[in-house]
Design a protein around this ligand. Sequence first.
Ligand code: FES
Ligand code: FES
Length: 158
Amino acid sequence: MPKHTFRLNGEQVTVDVADEERLLWVLRDVLGVTGPKYGCGINVCKACTSHLNGRAVNPCAVPVGALKPTDEITTIEGLADTVDTDLHPMQQAWLDLDVAQCGYCQPGQIMAAVALVRRVAEENRDITEADLDGIRNICRCGTYPRIRAAIRAGAAKM
Ligand code: FES
Ligand code: FES
């Protein structure tokens, strides 16, 4: 099988899997990185949200063969290392506001939140209600009001 090399949470990794194998299964089943959750597997629920070069992506929709050796994948496991603290400010905001219920969707929610805040900062503006509406990560526990509050709190510390 072909070998694929990319960067994962700051380290170079190489896996020996078929080109079309989706990144979510490579992360979880081959590399043992289980922060990105399997929800739908078809690019809808966003439970698997992680970052590709700083942008939110759904690894269940990314064939591993599409990755370049220089591509940086960040999962919830590597998020705090991007700011060199024990917890990323967005994770701390999540704790401060006690956002999670069952927790299943929450890694994806936090990764989507951080990507949103970064994008808005690049555009040199504040987060709007429309930006928050644009986060489509599903939470079956209905924690949406606390998620929205935590994004604003975390953004203020990023
Ligand atoms: S598992 Fe990836 S979008 Fe649902
Ligand atoms: S906290 Fe349970 S699915 Fe979101």
